[in-house]
Design a protein around this ligand. Structure first.
Ligand code: PMP
Length: 398
């Protein structure tokens, strides 16, 4: 007899496992294109100069508890960053927010909050394909989760997308990727977002914007926040935003994010925020301070903020350069495949369109690691390995 007889083995998360295997690989020449983390030109993690400057400013901070909803300056500044300082939703005090444990924690808080507000009979719709964690985050708080077809090999599958919006029961929840869809790399255009918005409004659906890549997608934060602002400001919808600073400030391990709800009135926002405080209190009591202090120190200082905007441009332009180089190398080699997509897709990822066997071959023969779906994280490429990667892909598929 054991109290744990009912507990069965859960296989480890595939992408974290891939990082572990990569780290244990002793080969002199190896390339990690698995996990979506930015790396510099030498393949090393990049501590953003803006973050270095911010850390210098906060180094004398004490270690007291933060308030339950998080560091107040962080919440104000992060909310302004997402919606725009002069936005109506902020002026009218219609945004309820709390600090969260990065993007994942923000999605969890959003799910828990919506379970309180809506109850179990609502369905959460996620894109197919999507980030591997979406389903279990929303199932874990008790929602049923369904997928809708999101992408084709050449772009967003608008027909299926709009059809799913039209067919879902009113008040269903839809998880949208605010920018740089993971894993497909295809985003709706502003015009397409407008079409999506009008159906969401008409059919009274609730959108959650998963915003893990704002700023990194185009290099311009405001531009990447288009869909969020369009839904909240232009067409006046109630929405949730789950924001992460993992990628945009390189604060992966600090677990710093924001969960924000836009509601119709200020009174409703106050009620939502009070509920968020209760949810945080019983789950973690209050959030960790370090990451929040860094983000606030970046955003509140004109010079450090300007430096950060340059750092975003550096990251997104290096990613764009690597997309171009891999495209050129594969095209020069005459490697069979549709490589144009490397140039057309947005964000950190590209699905190469290889079979699982080819992916395994690249790993076993050439020590090149990528997700089984052949999704590669572009920042794992640099000038010294991109030719090697292209040649190995060529050898594998030709
Ligand atoms: N959403 C998506 C689509 C992501 O790709 C990620 C990061 N891989 C996240 C959310 C959240 O990541 P984190 O919890 O590290 O902020």
């Amino acid at each position: 007899f054991s109290f744990f007889d009912t507990v069965t083995y859960t296989p480890p998360d595939a992408i974290f496992e891939l990082t572990k295997t990569y780290n244990a690989d002793l080969a002199a020449r190896k390339v990690n294109l698995g996990q979506g983390t930015y790396k510099d030109e030498n393949g090393n993690p990049w501590i953003l100069p803006a973050v270095r400057a911010a850390k210098e400013k906060i180094k004398e901070s004490n270690h007291e508890y933060l308030p339950i909803l998080g560091l107040p300056s962080f919440r104000v500044l992060a909310t302004e960053l997402v919606f725009g300082k002069d936005s109506a939703v902020i002026q009218e005090k219609r945004v309820a927010s709390c600090q969260a444990l990065s993007g994942t924690g923000a999605l969890h808080v959003a799910g828990t909050m919506l379970m309180r507000a809506f109850g179990r009979d609502r369905t959460v719709y996620i894109t197919n394909p999507s980030w591997s964690n979406h389903r279990q985050v929303f199932e874990s708080v008790g929602f049923g989760v369904k997928e809708f077809n999101y992408s084709l090999s050449g772009g967003v599958d608008m027909q299926s997308f709009l059809q799913s919006l039209n067919e879902a029961a009113p008040k269903s929840i839809f998880v949208f990727h605010a920018s740089a869809h993971n894993p497909s790399g295809w985003d709706p255009s502003p015009e397409q977002w407008k079409q999506i918005g009008s159906i969401v409004k008409e059919r009274q659906l609730f959108p959650i914007f998963d915003a893990a890549y704002l700023g990194l997608t185009s290099g311009d934060y405001d531009r990447d926040a288009f869909a969020i602002r369009y839904f909240a400001e232009e067409i006046g919808l109630e929405i949730a935003v789950c924001l992460s600073f993992a990628k945009s400030m390189g604060l992966y391990g600090e677990r710093i994010g924001l969960c924000a709800f836009v509601s119709r009135t200020r009174t409703l926002a106050t009620a939502v925020e009070s509920t968020l405080a209760q949810l945080i209190r019983f789950e973690i009591s209050n959030p960790p301070a370090f990451g929040a202090r860094i983000v606030a120190a970046v955003l509140e200082d004109v010079d450090i903020d300007a430096e950060w905007r340059r750092n975003l441009a550096t990251m997104s332009s290096r990613i764009a350069e690597m997309r171009l180089q891999l495209y050129q190398e594969l095209t020069e080699l005459g490697t069979p495949g549709d490589w144009k997509r490397l140039m057309e897709q947005k964000g950190m990822f590209c699905i190469l369109g290889l079979t699982p066997d080819q992916v395994q071959h690249l790993q076993n023969e050439y020590h090149i690691y990528m997700a089984e779906s052949s999704r590669i994280s572009i920042p794992g490429l640099n000038r010294s390995n991109v030719r090697y990667v292209a040649e190995c892909i060529h050898q594998t598929v030709k």
